[in-house]
Design a protein around this ligand. Structure first.
Ligand code: ADP
Ligand code: MG
Length: 677
């Protein structure tokens, strides 16, 4: 059995066991699925195809006896020419004086090392007399700990195949293997560890990737199904007519995408199960009004609503805009950290006594003493800004309250279905009519003066600008210092009629409010800020967004910041000041200037930075796969998703005996509350 401990293997004693356990290898199964993290491919290519600074493999004849020179105490340099395709290639080897004895004139040698295309020179890492054997052309590289070596690990894995190879079980039904032309499980595992060639390796990976994705998709989809059946909610019988009338009073027509998302939300409210929905919409796509309508619907069903946002500025802003949308029909309250003492007590008692219909607030909403009379709908805006626990706390303020999460970070489809597999997703993928694209430029620091003058011209035309200050990683304090410095510099740089303001997270709340109000009223023309204004802030008269050190931000974040401008009728600009070092950094700046489509940006960011960085390392909530890669294998993920939903909906997975092993694998994850027979 593969669940047997590794000590059952020949050659694995106490010591080796300890080392393997450090690598989380406890059973034979763990060992067989401990895959190399990369493969070194020693493929001999024509000289003309070798890329400068790449690790390459060449083969040729040694033209003369190698010469050895010493420098320093123990340092040496071995030099010789090798004839490759009738070209003399220089070979250098450092600190391996002993190799002089092995390498002789006329020998055929294989050299592996770093290529210098300009000098036709290779700096040798590894060498071998004679050609490399076909079996050694692809070398798996494992990540090892302690005293474990790649060589030793390979030997142990080999032993495991000898002793347990026959016990490896196929998880996938035969017809899937045939349909998708996948190797069987034993074969795939073997090839992963001992790849005979690249093609075989590709198919082995393809097979294991599909298997991982299918299991994962079955798992989350089954969970969703089972949850939905198990978790009853409360139907909210809202007043359709009143809701319609309210929509009529809006100063604009809903976009199709807004309408569609709204319909999905409303039908969740009405349904007897609990809503658990994510509303995704690019910056400025109009999520707030959709939230407002949903809250209103809940109020017509005699339930209360709550809208939680990450910052006070945003809470204040939402409060104002909802107040003007609702007029006197709905009683709303604002609850933030600055609301204290008697004022707070009054609000709390009104909320508890049902004298308030909707509360808008920050984290202040989830304090223990906030008690709702009858919370029906909890909405969490910019949901990624809150921790899992905070989201849960709000949700539990109501008995079986429906929950809507909102995010302006467009999440690539592939990630959305993995990270939010247990949520329903609505997408607003359309902008209200008449929006103009924000023109985006990427400039170097030497263009700063030009940029500042550009702002000055815009201010003279009555418009306003944001300047996001340089970012210092991991240091809130220094970022603020930067903002303060920049603020002082600009005050002296600009003539006195141009008013410069300062905004950062450590300002006292009332000062923040004052600054924001002054900016909204155009009493401040240029607002120097840290990234606190990243989310939600809405000042349509601001048309210029300048971002320092733009290369330090994720694309999603840059996109959010850019979303602060282009919110009105005026043409808007985003200027990224950046000197990225690597190609990826440059590519990211280029993408920013080329598209304003948040979903496209998200896809690109994901490709460039990988899923871990996409959400930020802390709480990605992403599953870990052994072989599969969500970004590169997204097609397989999509296929697996469809297959899983077919298998579940048609109940094939439960009926067809061919799926028994797969079901068994799922059972191990504890998905089913009672064991399957
Ligand atoms: P976000 O999705 O970024 O939260 P908001 O809800 O703040 O976007 O909406 C941005 C702006 O667009 C607001 O000023 C809002 O009034 C306006 N808006 C929303 N929906 C529409 C629409 N259908 N037509 C025109 N303007 C709209
Ligand atoms: Mg918003």
């Amino acid at each position: 059995m593969l669940s047997e401990p590794i000590t059952n293997l020949k050659g694995v004693g106490k010591k080796v066991q300890e080392e393997l356990e450090m690598m989380h290898i406890h059973t034979i199964e763990d060992l067989l699925t401990y895959f190399p993290y990369r493969y070194d491919v020693f493929e001999i290519k024509p000289l003309s195809e070798l890329i400068h600074e790449d690790k390459v493999t060449i083969m040729g004849r040694v033209a003369h006896e190698p010469s050895l020179t010493y420098f320093g105490k123990k340092k040496s340099r071995l030099f010789f020419n090798v004839m490759v395709e009738h070209v003399a290639v220089k070979a250098v080897m450092f600190n391996r004086a002993f190799a002089k004895k092995h390498i002789n004139q006329g020998d055929l040698v294989t050299l592996i090392g770093k290529w210098d295309a300009h000098r036709l020179q290779i700096t040798v890492d590894q060498y071998k007399i004679g050609p490399i054997k076909p079996a050694d052309k692809i070398k798996p590289v494992y990540s090892v700990k302690g005293k474990m070596t790649n060589y030793k690990l390979r030997k142990i894995i080999k032993q495991a195949f000898i002793d347990y190879g026959d016990h490896i079980k196929e998880h996938l039904p035969k017809h899937i293997l045939v349909d998708y032309k996948l190797p069987n499980r034993t074969e795939a595992l073997k090839v992963m560890h001992f790849p005979p060639n690249r093609v075989a390796l590709k198919h082995a990976r393809r097979r294991l990737t599909y298997e991982e994705f299918l299991l994962f998709q079955l798992k989350i989809q089954l969970l969703r199904h089972l949850n939905r059946d198990a978790q009853e909610g409360r139907a909210q019988h809202y007043d359709v007519q009143k809701v319609q009338q309210f929509i009529q009073t809006l100063p604009f027509q809903l976009t199709n995408a807004q309408q569609k998302s709204l319909n999905q939300i409303l039908s969740d409210l009405k349904a007897p199960f609990r809503m658990n929905r994510l509303l995704q919409g690019d910056v400025g796509s109009g999520k707030t009004v959709v939230a407002a309508i949903a809250l209103y619907a809940s109020v017509t069903a005699s339930r209360q609503g709550a809208l939680m946002v990450p910052t006070e500025i945003l809470a204040e802003q939402h409060y104002q805009s909802l107040k003007s949308l609702f007029g006197d029909h709905v009683k709303i309250a604002l609850l933030t950290g600055t609301v204290k003492g008697k004022k707070r007590a009054t609000i709390l008692s009104n909320v508890e006594n049902n004298e308030v219909d909707i509360v808008i607030g920050t984290h202040a909403l989830i304090q223990d003493d906030v008690i709702f009379h009858n919370l029906g709908l909890a909405i969490i805006d910019e949901q990624h800004r809150f921790g899992v626990e905070q989201r849960r706390l709000l949700k539990e303020k109501g008995e079986l309250a429906d929950v809507l999460f909102m995010t302006a970070t467009p999440i690539p489809r592939t990630l959305a279905i993995t990270a939010f597999g247990d949520m329903d997703v609505s997408i607003i993928n359309e902008m209200p009519a008449g929006r103009k694209e924000v023109e985006t430029y990427w400039v170097k620091e030497n263009m700063l003066e030009y940029t500042l003058d550009f702002i000055q011209r815009k201010v003279k035309q009555g418009e306003q600008a944001y300047l996001i200050c340089p970012l210092i990683e991991e240091s809130d304090k220094l970022d603020i210092q930067n903002a303060v410095d920049l603020y002082h510099q600009l005050q002296t740089y600009y003539p006195s009629e141009i008013k410069v303001g300062l905004m950062h997270g450590r300002l006292p709340s009332d000062e923040k409010d004052d600054v924001m109000k002054a900016f909204i009223q155009n009493k401040i023309h240029v607002l120097v800020s840290t990234t606190v204004i990243e989310v939600g802030v809405n000042v349509p008269n601001a048309t210029v967004m300048v971002i320092y050190d733009a290369e330090r931000f994720g694309l999603a974040q840059l996109h959010q910041l850019r979303g602060r401008v282009g919110r009105g009728r005026l043409k808007s600009y985003c200027i990224l000041i950046a000197e990225p070092k690597g190609e990826i950094g440059k590519e990211r700046m280029r993408i920013m200037t080329e598209t304003t489509d948040g979903f496209l940006l998200a896809e690109e960011d994901l490709k460039l930075r990988g899923p871990g960085d996409f959400f930020g390392k802390k709480q990605s909530g992403l599953p870990e796969f052994k072989v599969a890669d969500m970004v590169h294998d997204y097609r397989a993920l999509e296929t697996a998703r469809q297959d899983a939903s077919h298998l579940i909906e048609q109940k094939i997975i439960f009926k067809n005996p061919e799926y028994k092993t797969l079901l068994h694998e799922l059972e191990k994850e504890g998905i089913f509350s009672k064991p399957l027979d």
